[in-house]
Design a protein around this ligand. Structure first.
Ligand code: ADP
Length: 225
């Protein structure tokens, strides 16, 4: 059993979900003038929705959530709070997944207040209903048990973070030396997915560059804090 419920998402699945999402939006009768992608997770779905809905206007708003160092205190906020005049426009606000809902709530409230659209509706591929503070107007999957969606656009970042987590957790138990193969095996066990050699190599390079791991006599050694 994996330690963290994780779903490896393929590009084809993303395209399929966005096509389905577009169909739902079309059927509802809502005709957005402009799509606003929540950065960074909303970029790919937003671009696909532009294609499937034949929408030519696409802008973005970046919302930062949990600061890595200050997980509990960090509040979701708009990183570049610029202003656009979207008066009279119908907006479709797009993210990949609604988890806590904090990012989308912050984006929605900011846009409503400062960009003054005529109407705003929210679309996401996944909606984690038991934890989300908001229900999107359009979604494909209602996710009833929390799971980490390993989307293709965060594969390098997630693999690096997952490696880091494994290494630091196991260091607490006294394991401070690894081979590349051991690390990959443990990754597959913990997360129940296989992202492929190229991503493991890339993630490892990042950990070596950041100094979290060191190479010594062909072994990967955990830097003590
Ligand atoms: P929201 O629920 O409004 O999207 P969160 O702050 O909870 O806001 O999440 C911010 C972003 O982090 C999401 O848009 C997504 O890109 C990423 N994320 C959050 N939860 C998950 C998850 N369970 N699986 C994959 N990515 C996630």
């Amino acid at each position: 059993m994996p330690k963290v419920r994780t779903k490896l998402v393929t590009w084809d699945e993303v395209v399929g979900w966005c096509r389905e999402l577009a169909e739902k939006i079309e059927k509802s009768g809502y005709r957005p003038d402009i799509i606003v992608a929540i950065a960074r997770g909303g970029y790919v779905p937003a671009r696909l929705l532009c294609d499937f809905l034949d929408i030519h206007d696409l802008v973005s708003i970046q919302v930062l959530h949990w600061g890595k160092a200050a997980e509990i205190t960090a509040v979701a906020h708009v990183k570049y709070p610029y202003t656009l005049d979207l008066s009279g426009k119908r907006i479709l606000l797009v993210d990949d997944i609604i988890d806590t809902g904090d990012s989308v709530i912050v984006a929605r409230d900011y846009i409503t207040k400062h960009w003054k659209p005529a109407e705003l509706k929210v679309a996401a591929m996944q909606w984690i209903s038991p934890v989300a503070k908001i229900k999107p107007d359009f979604y494909v999957d209602e996710v009833k048990e929390w799971v980490w969606y390993q989307y293709p656009w965060t594969r390098a970042e997630d693999t690096t973070n997952f490696f880091e987590k494994i290494v630091s957790e196991r260091a607490k138990e006294g394991k401070t030396e690894w081979s590349f193969d051991e690390l990959v095996e443990e990754f597959k066990e913990w997360y129940g997915i296989d992202v492929g050699e190229a991503y493991y190599r890339l993630a490892l390079r990042r950990l070596l560059e950041s100094g979290k791991l060191e190479e010594r006599d062909g072994r990967l050694v955990v830097k003590s804090e």
